[in-house]
Design a protein around this ligand. Structure first.
Ligand code: SAH
Length: 250
């Protein structure tokens, strides 16, 4: 029996948003590997070993998955959202590139999932209906100067933006600085959306103009969307619709 590594996205939180192909891969797995809360989203069963690991050990986790697969296991590495978006898929390929030659011949597949940005956008309307970009605000794996440069250029290009990992408890100052850059470069009525724990029982969606945005509105379970200069609100009873028109006049 030859082993395999499937890197699967579990979606933003609810079972309804786990794709059928991810469900089938989980059902066929002998081993599940991932960050503790994601592994716990997969129910225990006979014949399945769940390997929970802590955050920030992505390369060790990837090497573990490849080692098990080389021994014949059907391994599923789980990520939240999509595994290719600031998640485990790149870590596995990094481990393949720098690891044992034999790992290149393994059956390694990536199964997409619904990333937080898309789940959050869908909750409020269509803020990503025109050009947009996604930025990981964590400076774990890159210098803050690069984050700030990309942020400024994205504002200049008038992209709508999705911020992942906006604010960690250990380094809250990053998001404060990001808000400072936005305040310096955007109008005060620029639309911001704080989507916390989307598609989970703790979900909380807050829509505010930039002028009323507060760093405390974001934490590590929050995806922040920033509209482009064209993003609009449609006021109505209850929460407004938010959308970005598809076209920009010539
Ligand atoms: N691979 C994941 C992203 C991992 S980075 C994906 O595609 O969604 C972790 C960051 O994703 C968090 O800090 C947060 O910004 C965002 N995130 C993940 N799940 C979320 C959810 N259910 N609601 C809001 N944000 C979420």
């Amino acid at each position: 029996m030859t082993g395999s590594v499937v890197i699967a996205g579990l979606g933003p939180g609810s079972d309804a948003l786990v794709t059928p192909e991810v469900r089938a891969a989980l059902d066929a797995a002998t081993d599940i590997i991932g960050y503790i809360p994601y592994v716990r989203r997969v129910a225990p069963r006979a014949g399945l070993t769940r390997h929970e690991s802590d955050n920030r050990v992505e390369i060790d986790r990837a090497r573990h998955a490849l080692t098990l697969a080389a021994g014949g296991a059907r391994v599923v590495v789980v990520s939240s959202g999509d595994p290719g978006v600031f998640a485990m898929a790149s870590a596995v390929f990094e481990a393949v590139e720098h690891g044992e030659r034999a790992w290149r011949e393994l059956d390694v597949r990536v199964l997409p999932g619904i990333t937080a940005m898309l789940a959050a956008a869908a909750r409020v309307g269509a803020p990503l209906g025109h050009d947009f970009c996604a930025i990981n605000l964590s400076d774990n794996l890159k210098p803050w100067a690069l984050i700030e440069k990309r942020l400024r250029l994205a504002v200049e290009a008038d992209f709508a933006m999705a911020f992942y990992n906006p604010r960690s408890a250990s380094r809250p100052e990053g998001f404060v600085r990001a808000l400072d850059v936005l305040r310096e470069t955007c109008a005060p009525d620029r639309v911001m959306i704080f989507a916390r724990a989307v598609c989970t029982p703790d979900e909380q969606i807050t829509v505010r103009p930039l002028a009323e945005a507060d760093p405390g509105m974001a934490d590590m379970r929050t995806l922040v969307l920033v509209g482009s200069s064209a993003t609009r609100l449609i006021p109505r009873k209850g929460a407004p619709f938010v959308y970005t028109p598809r076209s920009v006049p010539a």
